[in-house]
Ligand binder design. Sequence first.
Ligand code: SF4
Length: 399
Amino acid sequence: MSHSSIYLHIPFCRRRCGYCDFNTFAGLSRLIPQYVDALSQEVRWAGRQSDPGTSVHTLFFGGGTPSLLTPMQMDQILKTIRESFQLLEDAEISMEANPGTVTEESINGFVEAGVNRFSFGMQSAHPEDLRILDRKHTFSDVLQAVGYCQKAGVKHINLDLIFGIPGQTLQRFQSSLALAAASGVDHLSLYSLTIEEGTPMAHWANRGLIDFPDDDLAAEMYEFAEDYLAAQGFEQYEISNWARGNSGRCSHNLQYWEYEPYFGFGAGAHGFINGTRTENVHSVFDYLQRMSDGREGQFPFSPAALAGSLLSKWDQMQEMMMVGLRMTAEGVSAKRFKNRFGSDLEVIFADQLRHLLREGLIEWINVPERAVRLTKRGKLLGNRVFMEFVGNEVPAGLQ
Ligand code: SF4
């Protein structure tokens, strides 16, 4: 039986950055103690409802800013998880953190509680990029935070970078990337900036105060990163992710891309359990209310669930292709697909694969096993590939 994963959402930030459209709230930090209690309660609820002995091999605290929790609060949640599930001894326990919100003492406390992987939102090393992104930290804060982790014996550290920032030149991106790669971390995530409607950044761009990102320049940056990071010993294993060796890969995110189950706890968290997608209420106030008003929930929908849907076999087949093709090295294994659904992916997606092969966006590989994956061109046009697996008619043989 495969192991499960747990995602825990911490929807608090000191302030809201101009480009951010995540489910997070500024000015509500006073609610963190109550929220930690509610989160622990949701974990306990799921533990009671799950199959006895459900084993968990990865935990991920995302946000928001999980580093706004105290180590004691982190310890409370981790203890509850250990009491409620069979958390593997060598489980990967990741937390996102903002450079500038951690101290040597807090990192030591998180590590003592059990965290063994940190992910810092560096975004850029350049002050002008950070100013446009409305981020208040500096690159020195990033190096200091990485140093605290290394001193505490943490082996796995990620830095998030953003490219395609308005005004960012290729050279500026290259220097940020070089500084990140040389910082001693074993994982880098690179995301292209998208300006989301309703954010302050969209307002600035619509009023002409900043430029919209230049797609061609962003593609040039991405292609540069592919070559540069390979030369620095980082292997790309997902469209946006690079790691030094297999041990540097993020097992939690691989759980999503390999289309394996995960619980989602906290306000706005999503889960995928027993072929069912769950989504919790987004507001912190609604979440606290739901977890305290005595409602029952019906597994896998916790008392905080807002919505959910049981996916048909066909939906799951399409989703497995969409998320699996993000894995740029391994792709989607024909054998895993067959084991999971009892059907051959070459047969079930014959039309889609033919189109994409003809356009040079995907390729078959035979080592380490037969699988379909994106080509170099396919990585640049990933969304075009993924859309091929959305909303197709159910094939006759599956009805
Ligand atoms: S710190 Fe991260 S989650 Fe919080 S507002 Fe900024 S971008 Fe959003």
